[in-house]
Design a protein around this ligand. Structure first.
Ligand SMILES: CC(C)(COP(=O)(O)OP(=O)(O)OC[C@H]1O[C@@H](n2cnc3c(N)ncnc32)[C@H](O)[C@@H]1OP(=O)(O)O)[C@@H](O)C(=O)NCCC(=O)NCCS
Length: 188
């Protein structure tokens, strides 16, 4: 068990998951628009398992993929946060930043806003030297978030080991952000 880190941005709250988030989380994971760049939408069982896993990680280590709430409405809008990904990735060990928002909350700057809060947490409270992010080469909206955060794309893509050989989502791009670069951008 760790002290749980939570934070606010201008319009959002990043917090530990609550039981009542599970329903909206499952709806988001069943939406083909949201899951376009994943191999499949999630069944309710798989969504609930992911929910429990993310909540447990935050309970154990104090941070992770946080549930994101819109302050004005107190609605759950998705998740954004930090995670230690699979050790078999070619650039592991590392800490990644990631996001998934329900479709109705796209186009408002929410992913970037919450991610800026997560980066601040990663670099100042967790004292990470670098945060990475990766996605399918086809996922332009996610790469746009990475660029808005000031992350820099590696020249070489990689094949995600958990996506089947030959699958169109297997080729991934990798973006990196050092604490030094973040600090310069955060001050500007
Ligand atoms: C990736 C994802 C979070 C990006 O969502 P997004 O809405 O494009 O990104 P942001 O929340 O940062 O919003 C930026 C957009 O809001 C607009 N915007 C509107 N009001 C804004 C405001 N007040 N402040 C900032 N931006 C604002 C921006 O202009 C931008 O629009 P544009 O893309 O047309 O230029 C979303 O597509 C998603 O959840 N996808 C499914 C999950 C996924 O693929 N995750 C990544 C897997 S690796």
């Amino acid at each position: 068990m760790a002290d749980i880190i939570e934070f606010k941005t201008d319009r959002l709250i990043a917090r530990q998951w609550r039981d009542e988030d599970a329903e909206a989380f499952a709806q988001m994971n069943a939406d083909p628009r949201v899951m376009q760049y994943f191999p499949a939408c999630l069944s309710r069982d798989k969504s609930d398992a992911a929910f429990e896993a993310m909540r447990s990680i935050i309970t154990e280590q104090g941070w992770g993929f946080w549930a994101i709430e819109e302050q004005a409405t107190q609605r759950f809008i998705g998740f954004v946060g930090l995670n230690i990904p699979s050790p078999e990735l070619p650039f592991s060990p590392c800490t990644e930043i990631g996001w998934r928002l329900a479709h109705e909350f796209w186009g408002k700057g929410y992913a970037t806003e919450a991610a800026q809060g997560a980066l601040r947490c990663g670099f100042t409270q967790l004292n990470l030297a670098e945060i990475v992010s990766f996605t399918s080469i086809h996922n332009q909206p996610s790469q746009a978030v990475m660029r808005r955060l000031g992350m820099l794309q590696e020249t070489e893509n990689f094949q995600h080991p958990k996506v089947l050989l030959g699958h169109e989502l297997r080729e991934h791009c990798l973006y990196r952000l050092s604490k030094a670069r973040w600090a310069v951008n955060a001050k500007a």
